[in-house]
Design a binder for this molecule. Structure first.
Ligand SMILES: [Mg+2]
Length: 234
């Protein structure tokens, strides 16, 4: 058995406190002269390209053309970097300890499954000091559709598993929204939810397990896969 973890980023590992939304709004203002264009749009669990299309539908009452989405994302990445420099993101409690503990286990490989396009994910993980924790991923540039990018992440993770174990992999999505849970189901992955993104336990009840923080994950993992060593936060 080889366990593949696919971690969502925003609300699960860290909180960027609106940096993405501010960057989004700055692009809409620059491209279409519309201020605070995302004010009534929920960002959680959605992919970058999905959000561009949703903003276009809400403010311009039409779909975004592919070239417009590409131009939007290119400018968004520049402004996201600026916003993150101006107001650094916060790594959520126990995230580093949890990832370090998982990282030292045999037969466990860590990746990301995020709606951020790859460059956006890299900016956030670099500022969080988490870049080296993950060796594969699925990103918002793989697809606007979250289940599709989760499936790509599972495939990339499986490619890293020794061939003898490849037919016996156990993918686990860890995320903070119903979109993460739905995508996990459609990709055939186990679904762990965390309430650190703001969604409540009852909202996330469709998950296989709900944690109030990633500090709870190691004990769950150790119980589910009993060869693991006990967890302690020093
Ligand atoms: Mg999230």
């Amino acid at each position: 058995m080889h366990v593949l973890y696919l971690f969502d980023i925003d609300g699960t590992l860290l909180r960027a406190d609106g940096a993405g939304r501010r960057a989004f709004d700055r692009v809409m203002l620059a491209h279409h002269g519309i201020a605070q264009a995302s004010h009534d749009i929920q960002f959680g669990g959605k992919t970058d390209r999905w959000l561009v299309d949703e903003v276009y539908q809400a403010r311009l009452h039409r779909a975004a053309r592919t070239a417009e989405v590409d131009a939007f994302i290119a400018d968004y990445l520049v402004l996201l970097d600026e916003e993150l420099q101006a107001k650094p993101l916060r790594v959520l409690p126990d995230v580093v300890a949890c990832l370090r503990w998982l990282q030292q286990l045999p037969n466990v490989t860590l990746g990301v499954a995020t709606g951020n396009v790859r460059r956006g994910a890299e900016l956030k993980l670099a500022q969080a000091g988490l870049t080296d924790m993950f060796v594969f991923g699925g990103w918002g540039c793989d697809s606007a559709d979250r289940p599709t990018l989760v499936q790509r992440a599972v495939e990339r993770g499986r490619d890293l598993v020794p061939p003898a174990q490849r037919t016996n992999t156990f993918p686990i999505v860890v995320g903070d929204t119903v979109h993460d849970i739905a995508a996990a189901r459609m990709a055939g992955a186990h679904a762990c939810a965390v309430t650190t993104g703001g969604d409540s336990r009852s909202t996330l009840a469709a998950a296989d397990v709900v944690f109030d923080g990633l500090g709870e994950l190691p004990a769950w993992h150790a119980a589910k896969f009993p060869t693991a060593t006990p967890f302690s936060i020093e």
